[in-house]
Design a protein around this ligand. Structure first.
Ligand SMILES: [Zn+2]
Length: 201
């Protein structure tokens, strides 16, 4: 059973295709499922009756919002160590990076739509999973290896292998603590609203 349920809302809603948001959400969900964290999005609500943490994913330029160390995404931490429930993902930067390396020897100019969407979806999902790490670990810092490295190679971001995106033992221990203490869950939040909307005739 997941210990944490995380509900994502993408904004603006029409910035990328629904299939791209679904691919990125699914990739982030696969990475976090190993650690007792279930992730869904507005496009595919899966567990609306569960107590759910909410995260707003703003697809835009990181430089618009104020820089952390991350080139592909950002989440703001206050001086007291609490973070906003808002992640900025730089979709264009992710796309550029994903398309900068060949797939099976072929440069991105030769990719089919399916190959391109898979590469960008994976990279976006992994960049998202990293920012979710800052949020769930309540930790603005980076590790020397794994998901919470400051930088990931483009070839890792689009590759089939998810091992470069694991949590370290220290991070797993930290997650146990941060998820046990619990944020105030907003049961009447996004999922509550969705459930209410579904109940309407
Ligand atoms: Zn980071």
């Amino acid at each position: 059973m997941p210990r944490v349920y995380l509900h994502l809302t993408f904004q603006p809603d029409n910035f990328v295709q629904t299939s791209m948001k679904a691919a990125a959400t699914a990739e982030a969900a696969r990475i976090w499922s190993d650690y007792g964290v279930a992730i869904e999005s507005d496009a595919q609500p899966a567990f609306c009756d569960a107590g759910t943490e909410r995260l707003l994913i703003v697809l835009g330029g990181v430089s618009d919002v104020g820089k952390g160390q991350d080139s592909l995404g950002a989440i703001h931490f206050a001086p007291d160590g609490t973070s906003d429930s808002i992640v900025i993902l730089d979709y264009r930067a992710v796309s550029r990076l994903a398309m900068s390396v060949p797939v099976v020897g072929a440069p991105s100019s030769q990719w089919t739509d399916r190959v391109r969407d898979q590469a960008i979806g994976r990279a976006l999902g992994r960049a998202l999973a990293h920012e979710i790490g800052h949020f769930l670990l309540r930790w603005p810092h980076h590790s020397a290896s794994g998901l919470m490295r400051a930088q990931h190679k483009a070839s890792w971001l689009i590759g089939a292998d998810r091992r470069p995106f694991q949590l370290t033992a220290t991070e797993r221990a930290r997650l146990e603590v941060t998820t046990a203490s619990g944020r105030p869950l907003d049961a009447a939040g996004a999922c509550g609203a969705l459930a209410a909307a579904r109940a309407q005739p």
